[in-house]
Each structure stands twice: as C-alpha cells, then as structure tokens.
Design a protein around this ligand. Sequence first.
Ligand code: GLU
Length: 555
Amino acid sequence: MVTDKEIAELIFPEVKESIEDLEKRFPLRNLPNGAEVTRFAPSPTGFLHTGSLFTSMICHKVAKDSGGIFYVRLEDTDTKREIQGSGETLLKQLHLFGIDPSEGYLGDKQIGEYGPYIQSERADIYKVVIKYLLENGKAYPCFCSQAELDDIRAKQEKAKIIPGYYGPFAKYRYLTNDERKERILKGDPYVIRFKSSGNHIHKIKVTDLVHGNFEIAENDMDIVIYKSDGLPTYHFAHVVDDHFMRTTTVIRGEEWIASLPIHLELFKTLNWEAPKYAHLPVIMKIGENGNKRKLSKRLDNEAAVSYFLQDGYPTEALVMYLMTIANSNFEEWIFEHHFEHMEEFKFSFDKMSLEGALFDMGKVNFFSKEILSKKTKYEIRDMALAFSKEYDEKLYNLIKRDEDYFMEIMNIEREKENPRKDYEKFGNLYEAISFFYKDLYEQSVKENPLVFNEKFDKETIKEVLSNIRDNLKLDQDEQSWFNNMKEIGSSLGFAADRKAFKANPEAFKGSVSDVAEMVRIALTTKRNSPNLYYVMQTLKKEECDRRFNSVISNL
Ligand code: GLU
C-alpha cells in the first residue's frame, strides 16, 4: 500500500528541507516586548486604492508606535491578474504619503532577513510546507476537472446546500494512495488541496482587535493550496508568510473575515500560533440610489490615491483625513494640536468604528486648506513645482517665469498667526492665480467679459472705479487703506458699513462692500480672491491703474 509519505515524495522529490529548517532559517525576531510586526500585502493588480492606503497607514502607525517593524510583501501568485510595473508604482505612491516600510519589497529592491518578500519567489518555501501536509495526510492531490466541479456545483444548487468542495463532495479526498500514485504517474493534471477536518455546524471563537470577540462557522472546505501553475493560493501563502516573517498582527480589510476560519485552521493544523487580527472597516460612499456602498474603483475618483496626487492635494491632508476615519477621537485631537505633528497621536484599535466610514471630500478639502495655510512661501513653491512638473505644465511654466513673484502672490496673508486659507490644492492653482499675470488677466477678460453686480449701472461702476483709481492710496497700512476706501465710497453715496446700509437702504446706493466688490472684479476678474489690499500691493499702483482704465473704457 502506498503511504502518504510516498505520495509527498512523488510530487516533491526535489524538496529536501523540513519545516524545522525553515524555523531556523527565519528565527523569531529579537524585538522588545510589545513591539508589533505588521505588513502591508498588496497584489500588483493595479493602482493604490484609497482603502489600501488606509490599511497601510495603520500598519505603519502600529509598527512605528510600538517600536516594531512594518514590512511590505508583494502577493503576486495570481499571475493572471497581475499588471506589470504596478508593484513599483504602489511603493512610490506609499512613499509620497509618508508611508515608508523599513523592510520587505520596496519596489526596486528587497531589504530584510525574512525574504524573499515577493511571493512568486518563495515557491521553494511553500513546497516544504505542502510536502509536510502531504506527508501527514493533511493535504492531497485533487484531479477534479472543471466539468466535475461544475457538476458538483449544479447538484449543490439543486439541493440548496452550501456550495463548495467539502465533506462528501470532496470526491478526490477519498481516493486511495495507490490510485493517486497511478494518476500522477500517468500525468493527469492536478492541484493540491488542504484536507479540512472542520465542520461548518460548529462555531469557533475569534478575537479581533477591531471587532472584539465573536463566533464564526468552522471551515470545512478543502481549499486549493497549490495550483497547477506551481504557485500557492493566497489563503495558504499568506499563512506561511505571516508565520515565517514573524508577523504579530495582521491588519487588513474586513472582506477577509469570511475566510478567517480557513486561515485559522491552517495555522492550527501546522501547529503554529496564529497572529492577532485587526479587520478594518470598509470606506463607503453614498451611492446614486442614496444607499451606502463601497468606494468603487470604477465609479469613484476618490477610490484611487492617484486622483489626489494628480489634483495636487497635499498628501498629508488625505492621511490626516483617513486618521479621522481610523480613530473617532483624532479629529478633536488634531484641532487641539493645530493640525500639526499628527505622528504624536496615540492610535488605538478600540477607537475604531465598526461601521464603514463615509468618504467625505469636504473634510479632505478642509484639512488641505489648514495644512497649506501653514506652509512657508518657500515650501509652497517647492510643493507647487513638484506637483506641476509632473502634472501641470502650464502651472510649472507660470511659476518658472518668476519664482519670486509667484512666492509674493502665495505669501499674501501667509506666515502670520492666522494665515488665510485660500488654497486647498495645486490642481486649480493656475486658474486661481493667473489674474496676477498681466497677459493672462487680459486674455481672461477678452474671453470672459467681467460680470458686475447688475444692481449697479455702468455709470455708477465707472464712477466708483475712476474715483478709486484717483484717490485710493496704496502706500498706507491695511486699516488706513480700508478707511480710505470707505471715505471714497461715502463721497459717492455708499454707506461706510453694511449695518448703516441695512438700517436705511433707501439712503444709499449700496455699502462699502459693494465698492470693494467692484474693485475686486475689475482687478482680479473674480468675486473671490485673496485679500484685496494685498492683491493691490502685489499688482502695484501702475498695473492697478492700467486695469481700471481698461475696464472703464470697455464698459
Ligand atoms: N493580497 C491581499 C490583498 O491584496 C492581502 C490581504 C491581506 O492583507 O492578508 O487583498
């Protein structure tokens, strides 16, 4: 009678190492008590999803705060879904968001003693473990064809029972070793399946750092662990990797809870201690029908982190926003800390909400404005150049015309105690600041004639603008300048403040804010702009006058 050992030898004659050898090759890590080893394990199947950024941010934070290790492992065993080069892109993008692994697959290289960190390079390691399972009757070669699988499924559907390859349906688990040997020698194609000893009517108790304690049906599926292409499946490979890479906490999306019983059974069968688990909530969005749904790659721009890069958001803003999803007390904390030093925040799994958070673009914009308002003009220039060099040629060329002038523009009401929050991203900066440039201002006026408040007739507007041109002095401080504007307004029949106007609207043409709006539109083409006093200082008297004249003569 053929033994399990002979079957194992027949399938993997080249495998000479044992699990003990692997235990020695990858010794326990020498880390202080409490240090967590976490990993981000992307598959190179496309762009970095915002949900994956969320996961990796937490992996990074947990490892860093505990003095542990955060590493990246590339899970590329599903070769059909692989997109060439996406692994490197993922790592580059993580870096832009300040997430730098200290070990593992780093895009252009691998660093660390627990590698290789690319699953397709670890076939020899997986084979050692599979051979062990075969030798011990915990795995078997399965010769089931697609037609047979379809047949099993059809029967299960008809009988309305749980679909899958398990128990009585796992027909090749009942082959004798003699039959197995014969078919292998004949060259019949096969995969290797794990032989489950569970039963789904039993429940197992699970502890999750986010979800707490809960019960879930035991696994009874004989899952495929080794495919006919010589590579393992995710379920099996990641268990082996998390064991030998000495991961202490597996942090991943909630969608993996359903297959947790498989993973726990594999750990148990191999006599390995399972890591701690933290399954993170999914990021949601209100869909077209008003219901919550997962952020979708296909439907939502904000599902891909590349969207935030292309639009020129400061990457810290997205990370800061994601931390508000991660911990309910973070928002208050970061307000108290003036949107700075978020690395000092103490993250905890207990404060993570179980419900999928709704993605809130408004909050991302809010954090962006706060963050950008705190940068110096030099930092803003550097960030704007880095962004525009890659994504916005027009902006890049504009800045390069005169970097000092660009910094002067961006420095309006910056570098002070309560800086203005005029900008949220670099993606619309060209449009926001182009009026500061003479030729672009002219082009804009030509293409889109100025729109003043229709409450005022042309004569009134002309009168206001020419009086401002002739009487408003720029070489005075902001308060005096504003008083000066009020005086000019009053002399033309405008109330000095809104209150006076509201109290007696019949007595005035409008208020000083109407005057300021006319000046603003004439000089900037817009209803909203940075502080008008500084806009005028930046443009200088001569250019302001030139614009007033041209607006007056074209009205
Ligand atoms: N490769 C899996 C994925 O991309 C990783 C899941 C895990 O973190 O264990 O979803």
